[in-house]
Every structure is written in structure tokens, then in C-alpha cells.
Write a protein that binds this ligand. Sequence first.
Ligand code: ATP
Ligand code: MG
Length: 440
Amino acid sequence: MRLSRYFMPILKENPKEAEIVSHRLMLRAGMIRQQSQGIYSWLPLGKRVLDKVNAIIREEQNRAGAIELSMPTLQSAELWQESGRYDAYGKEMLRIKDRQERPMLYGPTNEEMVTDIFRSSVKSYKDLPLNLYHIQLKFRDEIRPRFGTMRSREFMMKDAYSFDLTREGAEHSYNKMFAAYLRTFDRLGLRAIPMRADTGPIGGNLSHEFIILADTGESEVFCHKDFVDFDIPGESTDFDSVEGLQAIFDKWTSLYAATSEMHDEAAFNAVPEGERLSARGIEVGHIFYFGTKYSEPMGAKVQGPDGKEHFVHMGSYGIGPTRLVPAIIEASHDDNGIIWPASVAPFDVVVINMKAGDQACDDTCELIYAALTKAGKDVLYDDTDDRAGTKFATADLIGVPVQIIAGPRAVANGEVEVKDRKTGARETMTIEAAINRFVA
Ligand code: ATP
Ligand code: MG
């Protein structure tokens, strides 16, 4: 992508409305724009990051055996009347009427709809277990939308829903998502700690929130500090192994970890003082097992091996991609801007032409840009005629992991400078060496 032809509206000034660093940096880097309170456009740079976050979420959901579909944002009120949640959900639900005066709503979550899909076609235990997910916009009319896309009214959610014949089966399904979440957040460069949580309006009796420790987090959390260094389940994790996944779950729930709603002061005080961590955190995921809470009122049942009908045991599993993007920034930035983990960076590398219009600089940059693009890298080429200082500031602000800097003096020697955004380390090398670093 040539910056001269891209759309990346950088702000020079600090936006006044932004209270936390991630919101400030997302606005300054031209990643998002608020359209009305708590409702955002994702501008091209932001969209790239969001897509990469979603791609990782998707890979790990698929690896764990979940199957992607897509459900609509608008739902009919009838479904929610069946489960009893139409009245219970309250003012967070945006209620709409269509031209026939039929009550509709903008989905805050999809338990009812997915249960309807399930009951319309699954009739036998032989088709279980089943886990269906989508990545879709949700709307919740939050009382206090704030911190940009961290807590917005319209936001994206990956929501998965599992169906099992028995409680034991449902626990295995729960453990699959538990392990998939550990892997997902790790690949996003985050350390998320599963904490016992309240089930809230989703209902149910087994639930964990995945929390990232951050000073700007809205939740107060308490946990054992060893969680910070626990091993993440590897790529070879066998998601069909009941024992294997149970062992992962048992390990990750063996020490104290709870949000303030579930906090047990006495149990926490039993943890040796030097090992207690009491901090603030950002909830980036939440998983629930809620048994037959929806399948019973909505009549979602299958024939079991005993020939009888059984209401299915369900769970639901949410991750917030549009909250994760600012959460990643909260965890990874410095005074100059964002520092993206390579896995979600909007571009792999930015090529900075320090003197656009200078033949040697232009030729060198074009050569590198073409070679890296051909090698499948996402390259941003700053070919604008801005001052070098402005270009460096922009590159640092948008947080691309590697900068290749081509200035007249180095280029005259057949060289460029390669800068690591995170460490700030700069290295001068031949043009060929700079290319080979990525093409290898
Ligand atoms: P919170 O406690 O932060 O209000 P919640 O418990 O209501 O969230 P869940 O129903 O558990 O949220 O939703 C699953 C995930 O969706 C959350 O873990 C979070 O990542 C994301 N999410 C929920 N509400 C919002 C929001 N208003 N803005 C952005 N992301 C959200
Ligand atoms: Mg929650």
C-alpha cells in the first residue's frame, strides 16, 4: 500500500475526548471514528488490525472444532418472548418496529436464535456435540459507553454456542473453548487469566471471564501471581481428549482467581501474601455453561441412545474483537505510539522514503516494496513528500513492527536502515540483506 494513495487520517493533536491511552492512539492513528455515541466506523488501518484479530480467533475456534455460520443482527422479538428474556433484558436492548409494526430487536447476543436454528434441524444425539459460532455486530445500549471501542454500544463479538446430550459432554465442550481462548489471547500477544465469574443475564452455573491485567481496566480482580507465567496449551493440543482438556482446565483453575463480583476475601487471604495479585483488568472473553436454560423453554431436544427425548445442554462463549484491539494497545505502547505484536500488525513492515523525488531513494524503495509485496508481506510504503521527521513520527505512531528507512546517504552506498519499532534498535545493512530478512 502506497501511503500517498491510502486513507489514514492521522491526528497531530491529542483528542480531548480520549481518557485512556488506547482510545487516544486509535484516534490519532486514524483507526476509528465515532459516528454517534458509542458507535464507530473502523477506518482502513483499524479494519486491518480488526481483521487480523478475527482471523486468529477464527483459526482457534476452528481448531477446537467449532463451526462458523452467520446469523443476522436483527432478530424478531418472538424468539426472545419464548425464552422469557424479551422483558427481562431491560434497557440495554435496542427495540425496533418494522413497517408492519412487528417488534424486532438489534441482537445483544444470540442464544435464542442459535437455539432456534438447532431445534429446526437437529433431532438425534448422533449429531452431537455441535458448536456453532459467528463473528457479528451486537448492540447493547450501555449506560456509559466509553473508552472508544473498549465499551461501545455497537460492538463486534465472536459468539459460539455448544450443544451436548449430557452435562459431562457439555463440560468437555466448555473445556475446548477454555483451551481455545488461552491459545487465542496468547497469539494476540496478551496474557489473559481465566477468573471465576458471575453469569449475569445469560444465566447458568459455570462461568469464567478472561481478564487482561491493565491499570485502565474497569474490573477489579484478584488472583495468584503464578498465572502470569503459566504455560499455554500448544498447537498440538488434542481437543478430542476429554482427560487432556480437563487437565488444562484443572491446572488453570487450581489457583485463586476471581473478579470482584465473585471475590472471596478469606480464600484470597489464604494465598501467601507475596503471591497475591490484586489489580485492575479488562474482560476480553466470557464463557458460560448454562445447561438447559434455553433448550427447555424453547423445546430444543434430541433423541438419546435410550430412545427418549432429552433437552440439550448448552454453553455460550464470547470474545470481543472490537474491545481486544484497544486492549492490545493498552498492553503494548510507548510514548511515541502503538507497538503492535507481529500477529495483528496492520502492516508487517513500513518502507520510509526519506527523500521522495530523489531518483536513487525512489528506485530503492520501489525495489524493496515490490520484493516484499511479492513475498506476501503486508507493506506500507511511505512515498509522500512529508518531512522525514513527520514520517518517522507517523511510523512510530501506527506501530508497524519493522521500519525500513531509505535516505540519500545510505542509498548511495547501496544500504538502508532497518529499525525495530519495539526496541528502537537500528541497523544499517545492504538493500539485499534488508529484503532477505523478510523473504527468507
Ligand atoms: P461487560 O461486563 O464488560 O459489560 P459483558 O459481561 O456484558 O461485558 P458478555 O456478554 O460476557 O459481556 O460479552 C462477551 C464479550 O463481548 C465480553 O467479554 C467483551 O469482550 C465483549 N463486550 C461486551 N460488551 C461490550 C461492549 N459494550 N463493547 C465492546 N465489547 C463488549
Ligand atoms: Mg461478561
